[in-house]
Design a protein around this ligand. Structure first.
Ligand code: FMN
Length: 364
């Protein structure tokens, strides 16, 4: 069985190790959602990941409702990503862009007062992060079938921009209760048309978006992230295997580079659930590289490769706080803990100042 330190081909992307950086929203772009120079430093510090998956990046104004999160729908945003991807490449790394439409999670403050869109007219539980602080979510407007083509166009434009910006590929964010997930899971989707009801109908938008993205980036540079079990921002399915296994089969048929699953466990440290994991069934249905995430450390990540359940593991909070995570694992070094207060704060603190091992020995 492979080691975490063995290389892997993720479609057309050669990853020199199987320790991936999970997508992490950090809120260091401008208010106009333009990447900033400090983001190049942050990502370059983490270039030793087998592959860096960028923070979620808006495909359109309609789809982005997170303060200071970056986008990929304007020329200015695209140009500002170029130094970021170049810095990662110059540091010997690889980076793909995670493409994001938040659906009902977008607060009207980001939309000049208009309602956000979703699969159905539902309201997410809890409160939105906005420039005016936390505010309750509002009821979404059910997206009309006639609007789907322009949604696909937005995905296509963002993919084109990602490639122009120098990304090695893209990952569709179809997880965590955002727009695609709002279509996938029956807890949020009560549509009566061909995008709702049966699992086949609920995966239709996912498949259409992935096909459109792949037509631009190439299927072998297109990845997908799903969160099949548990509750994500009020989105949950009554029978996860019934929808996520056919979804995985459809993605396999398209020939995507890899599938990443964020799964919750009963004792999770960042969300938990009693719904069983779907990854064993997805492993059977999906013949391409499978990446698992959530709550992994060195030993249990190696164990999951040993078990044959996954080909690589993505690390979120540990990569956030340890820019040299693969080297720390290799040396079995102590890990920096992440600081929650600076997850989404602006500025360098808690962003580019987590020390690498060398910095620590210099300081000692
Ligand atoms: C600060 C922060 C930001 C995150 N942003 C994203 C994101 O932009 N896209 C995404 O798919 N998941 C996001 N996540 C989820 C992580 O990718 C990952 O699934 C989660 O941290 C669990 O993995 P871990 O146990 O290795 O930290 C975020 C998590 C954190 C802590």
């Amino acid at each position: 069985m492979p080691s975490l330190f063995d290389p892997i081909e993720l479609g057309a992307i050669h990853a020199p190790n199987r320790i991936l950086m999970a997508p992490l929203t950090r809120g260091r772009a401008t208010r106009e959602h333009v990447p900033t120079p400090i983001m190049a430093d942050y990502y370059a510090q983490r270039a030793s990941a087998g592959l860096v998956i960028s923070e979620a990046t808006g495909i359109s104004r309609q789809g982005l409702g997170w303060p200071y999160a970056p986008g990929l729908w304007t020329d200015e945003q695209t140009a500002a990503w170029q130094p970021v991807t170049k810095a990662v490449h110059d540091a010997g790394g690889r980076i793909i862009a995670q493409l994001w439409h938040m659906g009902r999670i977008v607060h009207p403050d980001f939309l000049d007062g208009e309602k956000p869109v979703s699969s159905s007219a539902t309201t997410a539980p809890g409160q939105a992060h906005t420039y005016a602080g936390k505010q309750p979510y509002v009821e979404a407007r059910q997206i009309d079938v006639a609007e789907i083509p322009s949604l696909l166009d937005d995905d296509e434009r963002a993919t084109r921009n990602a490639i122009a910006a120098g990304f090695d590929g893209v990952q569709l964010h179809a997880a965590n209760g955002y727009l695609i997930d709002q279509f996938l899971r029956d807890g949020a989707n009560s549509r009566g048309d061909r995008y709702g009801g049966t699992p086949e109908n609920r995966i239709r938008l996912l498949v259409e978006v992935v096909e459109r993205i792949a037509s631009v980036a190439g299927a072998d540079r297109t990845a997908v992230r799903l969160s099949p079990n548990g509750d994500s921002q009020g989105v949950i399915d009554s029978n996860p295997e019934s929808v996520f296994v056919p979804a995985a089969r459809a993605l396999d048929a398209i020939g995507i580079a890899f599938l990443e699953l964020r799964e919750l466990a009963p004792n999770g440290t960042f969300g938990s659930t009693t719904q069983p994991k779907v990854s064993p069934a997805i492993r059977e249905a999906f013949g391409r590289p499978l990446v698992l995430n959530q709550d992994f450390q060195h030993d249990d990540a190696q164990a999951v490769l040993d078990s044959g359940l996954a080909d690589a593991v993505a690390f979120g909070r540990t990569f956030l706080a340890n820019p040299d995570l693969p080297e720390r694992f290799r040396r079995r070094a102590t890990l920096n803990p992440d600081v929650v207060a600076t997850w989404y704060s602006q500025g360098p603190e808690g962003y580019v100042d987590y020390p690498a091992l060398e910095d620590e020995s210099e300081a000692a």
